[in-house]
Design a protein around this ligand. Structure first.
Ligand SMILES: Cc1cc2nc3c(=O)[nH]c(=O)nc-3n(C[C@H](O)[C@H](O)[C@H](O)COP(=O)(O)OP(=O)(O)OC[C@H]3O[C@@H](n4cnc5c(N)ncnc54)[C@H](O)[C@@H]3O)c2cc1C
Length: 404
């Protein structure tokens, strides 16, 4: 991966920017690059359950972490290997929750990079960090579901090649509030061109466009899909979303580790090249401290990310529940601090489109909200904090009498 990245991907970065960012057109070399990567076995690397006969190379989560660290250095690099979000977590969901017919229809084209997908859960009208609030209706009518609602922040929905929406909503049969709040939702697959689906607008985040998977706001008005488009059973929506969210969160962290490493390199290079008040900027204590602190924080974050990937390999999502939340909080906060220092070291240039630093900052900021805000994960982590078996009064660690 490193050799391929250095030889074929990184040298095209300026060309990619010229086409995609400046001219708003697809990178003309992407198909050729994908074929080359695929021929070298660098294809669909983020799918530890890749079945025999499916295209790509099956890697463990831990092995994939190393690849993601390399890919994370460039926003667009994952696409060359069909490793981009949100398609990879959507593929994982389909691998785990789709029946053979559904796999043929929805998964196969994604594995081949013939199409793109999005995951539509968040809604503008409800606090979506509490997914039990999700209110889009999926009503059963004869052999169809009829969908009504509005989604936003559906990453990838505004991509011109996005043809499939993995949508979460409330299923008619269990819409009454008395039902367990986590059993009211289901997930259905919706073709992007189904009558009643309207891409209302492309959403920008912190003033930036996501060029790899442009974010969409989508309206659903009396959209009909056959019952066969439902993944799993009615009421399985939460269970299925968890299958998707675990890997989605960890993959983002793996890429952010690579991006943070790049930030440190940029800081070192820039500070060594510029002089202010008679000295190279890198000679100032403050700079050295920022760089060293960034390295300390990055290495810590990297280790818990690798531990999380290792646990996912051994015990699946349920065994890595706590670690997924730990990395989900630790890594974006680390990247935010490191990117912030990098902007400072670069001076004015740090915030321009010429450098990838504001991308790193907005990616970190996004990941402190997307896939569950920090606060929600911190609450989970707190709840898993088991109290010790002793009370303070009788603790063997307390050596003065507290009472009596
Ligand atoms: C760039 C980007 C891409 C995204 N991509 C997707 C996507 O592809 N698909 C998708 O469905 N969604 C996507 N999201 C949406 C994201 O998952 C939601 O924004 C997130 O779940 C929070 O929901 P909300 O925006 O409705 O915030 P709200 O639920 O309104 O929460 C707002 C704030 O309330 C506070 N809060 C919430 N719960 C608690 C708590 N328990 N304790 C303390 N404070 C709390 C937090 O500070 C939180 O940030 C994306 C978001 C961004 C920014």
């Amino acid at each position: 991966m490193q050799a391929f990245f250095d030889t074929y991907v990184l040298p095209r970065n300026r060309e990619w920017h010229d086409h995609v960012v400046k001219r708003d057109e697809a990178a003309p070399f992407m198909r050729e690059l994908q074929s080359k990567a695929r021929a070298q076995g660098l294809w669909n690397l983020g799918l530890p359950e890749l079945a025999p006969g499916e295209p790509g190379t099956r890697l463990s989560n831990l092995e994939y972490a190393g690849c993601c660290e390399i890919l994370g250095r460039l926003a667009w690099a994952p696409e060359a290997f069909n490793c981009q979000a949100p398609d990879v977590p959507n593929m994982i969901t389909l691998q785990n929750c789709a029946n053979p017919d559904q796999k043929k229809r929805w998964l196969a084209p994604l594995l081949e990079a013939q199409t793109r997908s999005c995951f539509a859960m968040t809604e503008p009208d409800v606090a979506s960090s509490d997914a039990t609030n999700i209110a889009t209706t999926i009503d059963k009518q004869g052999g169809n579901y009829v969908i009504n609602g509005r989604k936003w922040f559906s990453t990838g929905a505004a991509h011109p090649r996005c043809t499939q929406i993995m949508l979460m909503g409330v299923t008619g049969a269990v819409k009454d509030k008395a039902t367990d709040r986590t059993r009211r939702h289901s997930i259905v697959m919706v073709p992007m061109d189904a009558p009643g689906v309207r891409l209302a607008r492309e959403v920008r985040w912190m003033g930036c466009r996501d060029h790899v998977a442009p974010i969409g706001e989508i309206e659903f008005t009396d959209v009909r899909v056959p019952l066969e488009n439902r993944l799993g059973e009615e009421g399985d929506g939460f269970k299925i979303a968890q299958v998707r969210l675990g890997p989605a969160r960890v993959h983002h962290c793996m890429r952010q580790i690579g991006l943070a490493g790049l930030m440190i390199e940029l800081m070192v290079a820039r500070a060594a090249e510029r002089k202010a008040f008679g000295r190279a900027i890198i000679e100032y204590d403050t700079l050295q401290r920022w760089i060293a602190e960034s390295r300390v924080e990055l290495e810590q974050a990297k280790l818990i990310t690798l531990k999380c990937a290792w646990l996912l390999d051994r015990q699946g999502h349920h065994g890595a529940w706590r670690e997924v939340s730990l990395v989900k909080v630790a890594v974006p906060n680390m990247l935010q601090r490191v990117a912030d220092r990098t902007i400072q070291v670069f001076g004015a240039m740090g915030g321009t489109d010429d450098a990838p630093i504001h991308y790193a900052l907005s990616y970190a900021r996004l990941m402190r909200i997307g896939d569950g805000p920090d606060e929600v994960h911190l609450r989970q982590i707190f709840r898993m904090e088991a109290p010790p078996i002793w009370k303070i009064d009788y603790s063997p660690y307390i050596t003065y009498p507290m009472s009596g």
